[in-house]
Design a protein around this ligand. Sequence first.
Ligand code: ARG
Length: 287
Amino acid sequence: PFAAATEDADPQDLAPVIPLRAPRPRRFLMCRPDHFDVTYSINPWMSTEAGVDRDLAIEQWETLRATYEAHGHTVDLLDPVPGLPDMVFAANGSFVRAGRALVARFAHPERTDEAAAHTAWLKSAGIGGGRQAAWVNEGEGDLVAVGDLVLAGTGFRTAAGAHTEVAAYFDAPVVTLQLVDPRYYHLDTALFALDDANIAYHPDAFSPSSRRRLERMFPDAVLVGGDEAAVLGLNAVSDGLHVFVTDQAPGLHVQLKERGYVPVPLDLSELLKAGGGIKCCTLEVRS
Ligand code: ARG
């Protein structure tokens, strides 16, 4: 039943305006979970009793990698090292901006040795810089680029002093955000960049003053509630159009569609047992 449009009842007036979004091809670094396991617990998601199915983890990870490539993105590979079960979470190893890298300094001794592997990869890939951070700094886990701006988390892993170091090293504006919920121990578990100008986040993960700061800076942000955040729905990767996001957050998929983004749902449930998701597995190598 399509009613003929008259001049004063234009059906388009009733339709929401959905902006056109353009994807930008990305270069990602990923590390196959060949040695993935939960043998220690350094965040509330990790239970050494749960038991992991490594083959399933590899299968889910391979699907993520193939999905990136199918969407036109480049995936470089970091060689997995035995005895480093969290190395699959490549996002924590460094922060790369304008072809220059700052290597992580992990908060926990269990992950310390991952930094050397990242340093070696960056060198072999011809990425500039490559010095290790002086302060505790878990790379893209706590550093989220939104255009030229860097949003920086602290409270559980990355030290606040690291934010000043990042600002000086990259000559970039850095905005400090205080994380307050141990389940959202890295900034990338509670917030992601939709594109170069907007973000999605879970307000309750932040201190009141950080929340106000986010409200002022991003009045159009996608606000995500507890249910979607608790499946690491915000540990997502966007190319500006496609949003690679957990299949366990249907409400978030709807919100993204309403804004003109295209959710690409993926199952990374096995890696969630270590407190990591899609974004944790993905380091963006920004040229
Ligand atoms: N088990 C890892 C840790 O606690 C998970 C890291 C997740 N990575 C991330 N970018 N949030 O360090």
